[in-house]
Design a protein around this ligand. Structure first.
Ligand code: ATP
Ligand code: MG
Length: 439
């Protein structure tokens, strides 16, 4: 992509409406634009990041055996009357009437709808287990939408729903999602610590929230420092190996970790040596619940068991805040100059800077490199604008692409490009002849 032809409305100054760094940076980089409180347009740069995150989530859900579907954003109220949640959900639910005066709503979550889909499609234990998920916009009329996409009203969520015959089988489905979450977040460069959680209005038995550490997080967190030293990369296990999956869960739940809602100070002191007690703040990026027959019973989602008897299925639901993650990753990875994207979610991998646009040799060299990178499938944003180098450097640092390739007349004379690593700040002279091999 050529910057001269792109749409990236950069703001020079910090926008006044933004309180936290991720919100400021997203506005300054022209990633989003607010349309109403808690509702955002995703501009090209932000949209690319959102899609990258969504794709990682999708790949890891698929790998763990979940199957993708897509349910509508608008749901009939009658479904929610069956589960008894229509009245219980309160003002967070956006209620709508259609032209025939029927009660509809903009879905805040999908337990009812998926249970109904499942009920009509599966009749026998032989068709279990199943896990269905979708990645779809949700609406929750939050009292205080704030912090940009972190607490929006309209936000993108991945929600998966598991269906099993027995409690034990359901536990394995829960464990698979638990492990896939560790892996999903690790691929984005995050350590999302699983913490025992309240089940809230969705209700249930077993529940964990996944939180990343950030001063601006809305939850207080208390955990054992040992978490941070664990191996956050070794999740390449066989998801059908019940024991292996359970062992990872065991490992990641054996140490103390709790949000303020579940924190027990006495237990914390007893279980964690003083030097290892971490207290701070965190951002909830994922939440998993096991709720058994809470929805299958009232909604009649029953299957025929091996003994011929009809039994309600055991279920869980598993959410990831896809749009919240865009802000969350920035909170976890930035410096004074701007965003530092982990490579896996970066909007482009390389920022190519032409130091002297208009100079025939520099333009030609940049053009060659740009085309060669594109041909190789490397995502590159080429700053071909006729602007001062200082401004170009500042913009590239601000938008945080992992690599900058800097081309100017002086380097070209010696046949070299300068390559800068945004994260470490290291600069290196690389011979033009070997530049492509770097990416
Ligand atoms: P919170 O406690 O932050 O209000 P929640 O517990 O109500 O969230 P869940 O029902 O667990 O949310 O939703 C699953 C995930 O969706 C959350 O872990 C979070 O990452 C994301 N999410 C929830 N509410 C919002 C929101 N208003 N804006 C952006 N993401 C959200
Ligand atoms: Mg939650």
């Amino acid at each position: 992509m050529r910057l001269s032809q792109y749409f990236m409305p950069i703001l020079r100054d910090d926008p006044k409406e933004a309180e936290i760094v991720s919100h400021k940076l997203m506005l300054r980089c022209g990633m989003i634009r607010q349309e109403a409180a808690g509702c955002y347009s995703w501009l090209p740069l932000g949209f690319r990041v959102l899609k990258k995150i969504e794709q990682i989530v999708r790949e890891e859900q698929n790998r763990a055996g979940a199957i993708e579907v897509l349910m509508p954003t608008i749901q009939p109220a009658d479904l929610w009357r069956k589960s008894g949640r229509y009245d219980a959900y309160g003002k967070e639910m956006l209620r709508i009437k259609d032209r025939h005066d029927r009660d509809m709503l903009f879905g805040p979550t999908n337990e009812e709808m998926i249970t109904d889909i499942f009920r009509q499609g599966v009749k026998s234990y032989k068709d279990l287990p199943r896990n269905l998920y979708h990645i779809q916009w949700k609406f929750r009329d939050e009292v205080r939408p704030r912090f940009g996409v972190m607490r929006g009203r309209e936000f993108l969520m991945k929600d998966a729903y598991s269906f099993d015959l027995t409690r034990e089988a359901g536990q394995h489905s829960y464990n698979k999602m638990f492990v896939s979450y560790l892996k999903t977040f690790a691929r984005m460069g995050l350590k999302a610590v699983p913490m025992r959680a309240e089940t809230g209005p969705i209700g249930g038995k077993d529940s964990h929230e996944f939180l990343i550490l950030a001063e601006t997080g809305e939850s207080g967190v208390f955990f054992d420092r040992a978490f941070l030293d664990m191996d956050w990369t070794a999740f390449d296990i066989d998801y059908d190996d019940v024991g292996a999956v359970a062992r990872v869960v065991e490992d990641f739940t054996s140490k103390y970790a709790a949000t303020d809602e579940k924190h027990d100070a006495a237990e914390f002191d007893r279980r964690v040596p003083e030097a290892a007690r971490v207290t701070g703040r965190g951002i909830e990026v994922g939440h998993i619940f096991f709720f058994g027959t809470k929805y299958s019973e009232p909604m009649g989602a029953v299957v025929q068991g091996p003994d011929g008897k009809m039994v309600p299925v055991e279920s869980g639901s598993y959410g990831i805040g896809v749009s919240r993650l865009v802000g969350g990753i920035i909170e976890a990875s930035h410096d004074e100059a701007g965003i530092i994207w982990p490579e896996a979610v970066a909007p482009f991998k390389v920022g190519l800077i032409n130091l002297k646009a208009g100079d025939a040799d520099t333009d030609a060299a940049c053009e060659t490199i740009y085309k060669a990178l594109e041909a190789k499938g490397v995502e590159v944003l080429y700053d071909d604008r006729d602007e001062r180098p200082g401004g170009k450097f500042a913009t590239m640092d601000l938008i945080g692409l992992p690599w900058q390739v800097i081309i100017g007349p002086r380097g070209l004379k010696d046949g070299i490009a300068e390559v800068k690593n945004r994260k470490t700040g290291e600069r290196e002279n690389v011979a033009l002849a070997t530049l492509l091999e770097r990416f």
